[in-house]
Ligand binder design. Structure first.
Ligand code: G6P
Length: 613
């Protein structure tokens, strides 16, 4: 959680940093702050609340060229101005921003207090500023690099940090361990941030740091080193993102922009078709780094993920079992390591994640690896921790997802699992003709999604119609069951309206007790094996005067007879219908949030990258 950014260059640092913070606000948004060097002094501005609050206290006249900034998601210490970063050392020589958690801060803080250093916040982070200053003052050489290195050697925990020094007006030092940090090499200017989104408007040239590495940034040059002071050769490479991809464009919120980007995101996940081999009815995924023989040896697939990524993985497990007849399951990564898991040699694990930084999923990966298992990644963020620690994998290529709640990354994750189902399927029982048919249908989905998105005004009207309701039930069967859960999660997350997703078969085993006159029930009912069964479940709700919104691809008149409202999506084969039914559920959540006046992109209490367990 938390986003950090640093800048050294000719422009007004405060403006550049503010812009960077806005792009990182998804990582935390309970307070923010900026520090820069102005006339040999570190000036600090911090404010509780959204970045807009910080803007009001920044002086216009000070054209500093070197500075650091932070947007916070509180872990240690309440949300207030004092706990906001940057944190200044006791004698004002050093200022730091930190993303991560220092586990041994208590002992270090006591040590510093005994040395007479006064603390101003309740955070774990502040101790870093005091330690750097202490080592700086203590040494004969007064070498800032050495002071940071000595500090890092004392820290136990995770960090992405950037340090600013009063006595070195053209120097920033960054370091990372467990939290992301990336250098942006611009034209005569250098950035350092938790995510390239912070500088993508200025440069696409980026270099991702590895754990336990430092970066020393001076005017127009930067160098990476290990904590043992050995130089690491690292060069900036051009990212494929465009600045436009990380901006809102014509849309009022990132979330709805990202929902509408889904057809293109799906085309990209399919490699614009390049990952598909239509003549062979299969997919080609070179990044798995596995020989055909190894793939054939796989007897079981387990997906590890959290939140929406886990629901995408549940769809994936369904696809793999149906198409490839290989046992597959999706597991809550936060539970995985705490139940002494059995890791078998012939099980292949996939970590599924947008950010590649989710602590629970990373811990689960490490658990599998320690027990001798193989984990591959299905990740969106290039160069992220998961992308680096997995033995291989497949990038989602959804582009930057800024809104806190996932949409296009979710769709991309499902898409990759469909490719895996084809690959594993064709090596096992899937016929060539069926493989070709699935490919045709997959390739056709993006244009069907464009049609589905045209329902947007109708869905907006429905959101208005149901706006007074405080509880919703979402139901689906089979491969639509995880979509029902994801749809309910979206409503909860961005509109704060209570919603639960159930299997429609489970309705009569409990949730039906919640259904009374007017209770809104969102049913996903698509053509296929479970159609008649879901229709039966709709009857059960109707018999209790519940209200039904049906998301369907069927023209069967019984659906519209039973439902109070219908949202139509285009037809496709049953297994791929989730790629279409998902969209109206995202839009329903969005318009409900808009009507309720909720901050769609930054829902309260949530963060996009949950980097704490
Ligand atoms: C957070 C986000 C969710 C996301 C989950 C997993 O809870 O709010 O939208 O699904 O983390 O994130 P990941 O980056 O691993 O996909």
């Amino acid at each position: 959680m938390c986003g950090i950014v640093g800048y050294l260059g000719p422009r007004k640092a405060a403006e550049v940093l503010l812009q960077g913070l806005k792009m990182l606000e998804y990582r935390g948004y309970d307070s923010s702050g900026i520090a820069y060097l102005w006339r040999n002094q570190i000036k600090t501005f911090k404010k509780e609340g959204k970045i807009a609050n910080l803007e009001t206290v920044l002086p216009e006249a000070q054209a500093a060229h070197c500075g650091i900034a932070h947007t916070r998601w509180a872990t240690h210490g309440r949300v207030n101005d004092a706990n906001a970063h940057p944190h200044l050392s006791a004698n004002g020589r050093v200022s730091i921003v930190h993303n991560g958690i220092i586990d041994n801060y208590h002992a270090l803080k006591n040590e510093m207090i005994q040395k007479g250093r006064e603390f101003k916040s309740e955070t774990d982070s502040e101790v870093i500023a005091h330690l750097v200053e202490f080592y700086l003052e203590e040494s004969i050489t007064k070498d800032p690099e050495e002071a940071v290195r000595k500090t890092l050697a004392r820290l136990v925990g995770t960090y992405g940090i950037i340090v600013l020094f009063t006595d070195h007006p053209e120097l920033l030092i960054g370091a990372k361990n467990g939290s992301p940090l990336v250098v942006g090499q611009g034209d005569g200017e250098i950035f350092l941030a938790s995510d390239p989104a912070a500088f993508i408007g200025s440069t696409r040239n980026a270099a991702f740091l590895e754990d336990r590495e430092m970066v020393i940034i001076r005017k127009n040059e930067w160098i990476t080193k290990t904590l043992q002071n050995e130089v690491v050769a690292r060069e900036a490479e051009a990212l494929s993102w465009s600045a436009e991809a990380a901006s809102m464009g014509e849309f009022p919120h990132y979330f709805v922009k990202e929902v509408f980007e889904q057809p293109e995101a799906m085309r990209r996940a399919l490699g614009h078709g390049g990952r598909l081999l239509p003549d062979f009815g299969t997919a080609k995924l070179g990044g798995l780094n596995m020989e055909s023989r190894d793939l054939l040896d796989v007897k079981r697939v387990v997906f590890l993920a959290m939140g929406s990524a886990m629901y995408a993985a549940q769809v994936g497990a369904y696809l793999l079992e149906s198409v490839a007849r290989i046992p597959a399951q999706a597991e809550d990564a936060s539970e995985f390591r705490y139940r002494n898991p059995i890791v078998e040699k012939d099980t292949l694990y996939f970590a599924v994640s947008q950010s590649g930084e989710t602590a629970d999923t990373i811990q689960a990966i490490q658990e599998v690896q320690q027990r001798g298992g193989r984990v591959l990644g299905i990740v969106n963020a290039v160069g992220s921790t998961m992308a680096r620690i997995c033995k291989g994998g497949v990038y989602i290529h959804a582009g930057p997802e800024i809104s806190v709640t996932s949409s296009k990354a979710f769709l991309g994750q499902m898409t990759i699992t469909a490719l895996l189902a084809l690959l594993f399927g064709r090596m096992r029982i899937l016929s060539l003709s069926r493989g070709k048919e699935i490919i045709d249908n997959l390739m056709n989905i993006p244009q069907l999604q464009e049609i589905a998105l045209q329902q947007s005004p109708h869905i907006h009207n429905l959101a208005r119609k149901y706006i007074a309701n405080k509880n919703f039930l979402y139901m689906g069967r089979g491969i639509q069951y995880p979509i029902a859960i994801e749809g309910a999660l979206k409503l909860k997350e961005i509109s704060y309206v209570h919603a639960e997703g159930f299997s429609s078969g489970g309705l009569k085993h409990g949730p039906l007790a919640l259904v009374g006159p007017g209770t809104p029930c969102m049913f996903i009912i698509t053509e296929g094996d479970s159609f008649e069964k879901v229709l039966g479940n709709m009857q059960e709700v109707k018999a209790r005067d519940g209200r039904i919104i049906a998301v369907t691809n069927s023209d069967d008149p019984r659906v519209s007879l039973l439902a109070d409202d219908v949202i139509k999506v285009p037809r496709t084969e049953e297994l791929l219908a989730p790629f279409l039914t998902l969209l109206p559920l995202q839009l329903f959540a969005y318009y409900t949030a808009v009507e309720l006046g909720v901050d769609v992109d930054r829902p309260r209490n949530l963060a996009k990258s949950v980097t704490t367990e």
